[in-house]
Design a protein around this ligand. Sequence first.
Ligand SMILES: [Zn+2]
Ligand SMILES: [Zn+2]
Length: 59
Amino acid sequence: MPEGFSLSHCTSCNRPILPGTKAVRFNCPNCHQVLIWRDELCRKFSRRYKCVNCGFEGP
Ligand SMILES: [Zn+2]
Ligand SMILES: [Zn+2]
């Protein structure tokens, strides 16, 4: 693993996003400052996420 490498974490459940899983990432639709990660399970169950920057919550 290269130095400084760290796994991203699912914004909803905080589990690490493993390479090769069907996770999605997108910028916060409200402030566009924060990269939101959602793993496959959280997409499937439509778990809510919360932006750490602006507090926006979305499905
Ligand atoms: Zn998750
Ligand atoms: Zn935001």
